[in-house]
Ligand binder design. Structure first.
Ligand code: NDP
Length: 490
């Protein structure tokens, strides 16, 4: 039975919201009968695939609503960069990626569908809500759970962005092997700083944690691990004011002692940032209410945002607890909230049956994928092979350096392969496993992965040190093709 309900953020709610310092965003007209006019429908659309997103999806699907996870550019979220977790419920010790793998398996078992794409833009002003993806799809979502997490903050001092990827990084689990026998610094005093330092210990010769206060903020249990590592020392009351290098790589940082105002130069080959995180809420600005720091506001003891039918969970809305366990918990709540929202608005088992042919990807296999095989990118293992590849190729060669230990590399590799297929007639693609090719790594100064190097007619023309989405990588490559075309015309 079709049921028309006008959901308005009523005067009382508006008043309450104003008192609590939030802003109401308008009304959404929910008419379940209308959904049969749409295609690409997702009854529950979960944006983000960390513990919050995965738990929300499991509860959405278990609640009898077809649930989709749009994985985003960093599938699995921050846990993918975390090695030791000893506070995940029921596990004495577990690795971050293992938690994600188990949750994914559990979600798949329940029938959750995974979409390898990212949301670029949303329109929450009308229902069904519209989600615009990087791959060009428009999704019609009947309910949304935003679980986009947070991303590491970068240091805003001279030299920090110039040497990003050539000494400055925020992922020890990815990049520690490039700092073998080097002295490095870790910046920050929280749990992440300690974790980064411990991840560096098997590789670096000396690790100095630079803390701007006179004490650490990290949990006592994390601090208790430090005495086990002779290589790790802590310097308190210091702030980096400049990152210094020789034009190719980092050689030192300038430190300010904020007690004595003394400035000193501190030699280091690497700067590992662990200075906190920012909520990944940019896409939702203007569509739902955010607080001054960019966290999504939720209402009372629910995960409801300022738009009915849109919920938020995890690090994107939680500025207080920020634990994997609490993210998973808020994800559960958001999944339940989404199910209740649909139930309350006339989504019945009959709706689910009728909607089947209109669901997103109903013309595709259950496991939606944009992956393609590696056949369009040659694996290069030796210096000789690499030199031969460059010597024998006219035009543009793009090389992806990756490592088995690097979670973002593993996310990047299928994207690289897919783009290699898209551009196979115009560009030559190659991949290098850094563990198998130390000579190449040294020769090309690769000390952060994933690392993309672009060569034109045998000469290095660009270096990029972050994971990219499929769209970003495609436009990155198009830039060089345009330059090449312009050069040929001259
Ligand atoms: P936090 O926000 O807890 O800590 C950030 C640290 O960086 C603080 O010491 C802060 O200093 C410092 N800082 C911030 N800006 C600067 C700057 N510009 N220059 C120098 N120092 C700076 O972030 P974390 O990433 O460490 O932790 C986030 C959350 O994730 C926490 O809830 C933590 O418990 C959790 N976590 C849990 C882990 C686990 O259980 N295995 C591992 C890692 C994180 P100040 O103190 O002066 O503000």
């Amino acid at each position: 039975m079709a049921k028309k309900i006008m959901l308005s953020i009523c005067a009382l709610a508006t008043l309450l919201c104003c008192c609590l310092g939030t802003r109401s965003t308008g009304t959404v007209d929910v008419d379940m009968a209308k959904v049969f006019n749409y295609t690409n429908v997702m009854p529950v659309a979960v944006i983000g695939s960390g513990p919050a997103g995965l738990m929300a999806a499991i509860y959405g699907q278990r609640g009898g609503k077809e649930t989709f996870i749009i994985e985003g550019n960093k599938p699995g979220g921050l846990l993918m960069d975390t090695t030791e977790v000893e506070n995940w419920p029921g596990e004495v010790f577990v690795k971050g990626p293992e938690i994600i793998e188990k949750l994914k398996t559990q979600a798949r078992r329940h029938g959750v569908r995974f979409v390898e794409d990212s949301i670029e833009r949303v329109d929450f002003s009308q229902w069904p809500f519209k989600l615009y993806t990087e791959n060009g799809d428009t999704i019609h979502a009947l309910s949304v759970v935003v679980a986009t997490g947070a991303s590491p903050k970068k240091l805003d001092v001279p030299g920090a962005s110039e040497y990003w990827g050539t000494g400055v990084t925020s992922c020890a689990v990815c990049d520690a092997p490039f700092f073998k026998n080097q002295e490095v610094v870790v910046v920050g005093g929280g749990d992440s700083a300690i974790e980064e330092a411990i991840q560096l210990a098997p590789y670096a010769s000396k690790i100095t944690i630079l803390v701007r206060k006179d004490q650490l903020r990290a949990a006592a249990s994390m601090q208790a691990r430090l005495p086990l590592y002779d290589k790790i020392t802590i310097k308190y009351n210091v702030e980096i004011t400049k990152v210094v290098g020789d034009g190719t790589k980092v050689t030192a940082v300038e430190l300010l002692n904020n007690k004595t105002n003394e400035r000193t130069m501190f030699e280091t080959g690497g700067v590992f940032l662990a200075i906190g995180h920012m909520p990944a809420s940019r896409v939702f600005k203007g569509s739902i209410d955010l607080d001054d720091a960019g966290y999504i506001k939720v209402t009372g003891r629910t995960q409801q945002t300022s738009v009915r039918g849109v919920f938020a969970a995890g690090d994107v809305e939680d500025h207080r607890y920020r634990q994997a366990g609490s993210s998973a918990g808020s994800g559960i709540n958001a999944g339940l909230d989404a199910v209740r929202f649909l139930d309350d608005n006339g989504y019945t088992p009959q709706t689910a049956v009728r909607l089947k042919p209109r669901l997103f990807g109903s013309d595709m296999a259950p496991e939606l994928t944009h992956k393609s095989g590696p056949e369009f990118a040659k694996m290069v293992e030796s210096l000789q092979d690499f030199d031969a590849l460059l010597a024998g190729t006219q035009g543009i060669v793009v090389v992806d350096f990756w490592a088995e230990t690097c979670p973002s590399c593993k996310q990047m590799l299928p994207i690289f392969h897919a783009v290699a297929q898209d551009f196979k007639d115009k560009v030559t693609f190659a991949t290098v496993d850094t563990d198998k090719s130390p000579q190449l790594v040294d020769k090309l100064f690769v000390n952060k992965v994933p690392c993309l190097l672009v060569f034109r007619d045998g000469g290095l023309v660009a270096r990029y040190n972050n994971a990219m989405s499929r769209k970003e990588l495609a436009s990155f490559i198009e830039r060089f093709l345009d330059e090449q075309e312009a050069g040929e015309k001259d």
